[in-house]
Write a protein that binds this ligand. Structure first.
Ligand SMILES: NC(=O)c1ccc[n+]([C@@H]2O[C@H](COP(=O)([O-])OP(=O)(O)OC[C@H]3O[C@@H](n4cnc5c(N)ncnc54)[C@H](OP(=O)(O)O)[C@@H]3O)[C@@H](O)[C@H]2O)c1
Length: 413
C-alpha cells in the first residue's frame, strides 16, 4: 500500500515538474523560442499544419521537457531511497513513466507510423465529446491553451497547477453576461470580472443602463434589458459565459402570488435561460469556451428562514445538478452564504469579497464555488451534491435526441 502511494506520488511530482516547465517556457523568452515550435504545429481543429514542424517540435520542445522530468524523477527516487521509508523504492515508477514519454517523443520526432495517434492524446483530432474536465486534462481542456489563451491552461495531465495558479479558466477577452446586474452581487461581479479581463454585459430587468464604480471611476456597462416573462427574447449569441445571478426573497410570505413569483424568478426563468444558452453550444470551440454559472445559494441544503426562497433555490440547484449530467459545456454552481444586500439586509459577508472569491475560484477551475462562513455547508453541500448527482444519473436517462457534436472542421466549413 505504501509502495502504491510512493509510486503515485512520484508520478504526480513528475507531472508537476512538466507543468512548471511548460509555464516557464511561456514566461522565459529563451525557453519560449523552443517551445513556440509546439504552438506552430496545430490548426484549430488540431490537424497538423506541417509534418516537418511537428517532428521538429518533438526535438525542440517535447524531448527537452522529458529530459527535465527525468532529472527530477531520478532525484525523487534517490531522495526517497535515502529516507529509508517503507515502500520508497516504488518511487522509481516516476522514472519509468517519464521514460515512456521520452520514447514516445523520439518516435514522433522520427516520424514513426501511428506514433502520433497512439501517444499524442491531448492533441488528437475529432469532435470534442465532453466539456473541459475538472481534475484531469482532456482534449477540450488543452485545446484552450492553443486557441483560447496560451498564457493559461498549462497543465498536461492533472489540472492541479492551473488550479493553484488561477490559470484553469482565462476570462481575458471573454464576453461575460451577468443577470441581476443592478443588484448588490451583480454589480460586484461585474467589477471583478472586468478586472479579470472579461468584456462584461449587464442583463437587467430595469429600464436604465447599469453603472459601476471601478477605482473611483464611474463606468456605464453595455446593458441588455430582459424579463422573466420573455426569456426567449434575450440575445445570448455573443455570450461566452452566462452568470445566472438574479433572484428574489419573499421572506415569510406564502400567498399564491409569492409562490408563483419565487418559482418563476428563482427557478423557471433561470432554467429557461440555461436551456437557451446551452442550445447555442454547437461547435468544438463553444464546448471548450462557453460556460454557465448558476448562483443557487447554500439554501440548497440549509435553512434561510424563508421557506419559498429555500424551495425555489433547492429546485434550481437540483435542476442544475440534473442538467449538468449531459451539459455540452462547463456548468458551475455558485453556493453562497449570507452576504449583505437588498435581498438579505442581515447578511454577514460583503458582496465585494464574495464576488472576488467567486471569480478567483472560477479561475482556479472550481466547478462548485462555495463561499460561506458556515462550516456545515462545506461538509453537507458536497455530500448532498454527490448523492443527488448519482441518484439522478442512475434513475434518469439522457435524451436520445441529444445533438451530435459538430466538429470544429465541420463548423468552420
Ligand atoms: N444575499 C445573500 O445573502 C445571498 C446568499 C446566497 C445567494 N444569494 C443569491 O445571490 C443572487 C444575488 O442576490 P443579491 O443578494 O445581490 O440581491 P439583490 O441585491 O436584491 O439583487 C438581486 C437582483 O436580481 C434581479 N431581480 C430581482 N427580481 C427580478 C425579476 N423579477 N426579474 C428579473 N430579475 C430580477 C434584480 O436585478 P436587476 O434589477 O438588474 O434585474 C435584483 O437587483 C440571488 O440569486 C440570491 O438568491 C444571495
Amino acid at each position: 500500500m505504501l509502495g502504491v502511494l510512493w509510486a503515485v506520488g512520484a508520478v504526480f511530482v513528475v507531472e508537476l515538474v512538466r507543468d512548471t516547465w511548460h509555464w516557464l517556457s511561456h514566461v522565459w523568452p529563451w525557453l519560449y523560442r523552443h517551445h513556440v515550435w509546439h504552438h506552430r504545429v496545430f490548426r484549430r481543429d488540431l490537424s497538423v499544419a506541417s509534418l516537418e514542424i511537428y517532428r521538429k517540435a518533438q526535438f525542440y520542445n517535447d524531448l527537452p521537457e522529458c529530459a527535465v522530468m527525468l532529472v527530477f524523477a531520478i532525484a525523487i527516487w534517490q531522495l526517497s531511497l535515502l529516507s529509508h521509508l517503507p515502500g520508497a523504492a516504488a518511487s522509481s515508477l516516476g522514472i519509468l513513466y517519464t521514460a515512456g514519454f521520452m520514447l514516445a517523443a523520439i518516435a514522433r520526432g522520427l516520424g514513426w507510423p501511428r506514433a502520433r495517434e497512439l501517444t499524442d492524446v491531448t492533441h488528437k483530432q475529432g469532435p470534442f465529446t465532453e466539456p473541459p474536465s475538472a481534475w484531469f486534462v482532456n482534449r477540450t481542456y488543452h485545446w484552450r491553451h492553443h486557441f483560447d489563451n496560451d498564457n493559461a491552461y498549462y497543465c498536461s495531465t492533472f489540472t492541479f497547477l492551473d488550479g493553484l495558479m488561477g490559470t484553469a479558466l482565462s476570462l481575458k477577452g471573454k464576453t461575460v453576461a451577468v443577470t441581476g446586474a443592478s443588484g448588490t452581487l451583480g454589480r460586484a461581479l461585474l467589477v471583478h470580472l472586468r478586472q479579470a479581463g472579461a468584456k462584461v454585459v449587464a442583463f437587467t430587468s430595469r429600464p436604465e443602463d447599469v453603472v459601476i464604480d471601478i477605482a473611483g471611476e464611474t463606468t456605464v456597462i453595455p446593458t441588455r434589458q430582459w424579463s422573466v416573462e420573455r426569456v426567449e427574447a434575450v440575445d445570448l449569441r455573443d455570450i461566452d459565459i452566462l452568470v445566472i445571478n438574479h433572484g428574489i426573497n419573499v421572506y415569510g410570505a406564502r400567498t399564491p402570488d409569492a409562490i408563483q413569483r419565487s418559482l418563476a424568478v428563482n427557478a423557471a426563468s433561470a432554467l429557461a435561460l440555461m436551456d437557451a444558452f446551452l442550445a447555442m453550444v454547437q461547435t468544438d470551440a463553444d464546448r471548450a469556451r462557453k460556460e454557465v454559472w448558476v448562483n443557487t445559494s447554500e439554501a440548497e441544503v440549509s435553512p434561510a428562514l424563508s421557506p419559498l426562497y429555500e424551495i425555489s433555490k433547492r429546485l434550481l440547484g437540483q435542476l442544475v445538478t440534473l442538467k449538468r449530467l449531459d451539459a455540452p459545456c462547463t456548468v458551475r454552481k455558485i453556493i453562497l452564504g449570507p452576504f449583505k444586500s437588498a435581498l438579505n439586509p442581515y447578511g454577514v459577508m460583503s458582496a465585494e469579497r464574495v464576488a472576488a472569491a467567486v471569480v478567483r475560484k472560477a479561475q482556479s477551475g472550481q466547478h462548485n464555488i462555495i463561499v460561506t462562513i458556515n462550516p456545515l455547508t462545506w461538509i453537507v453541500w458536497p455530500l448532498h451534491e454527490v448523492l443527488t448527482s448519482l441518484y439522478f444519473r442512475w434513475f434518469s436517462k439522457a435524451a436520445s435526441s441529444a445533438p451530435t457534436p459538430v466538429s470544429e472542421a465541420e463548423s468552420l466549413s
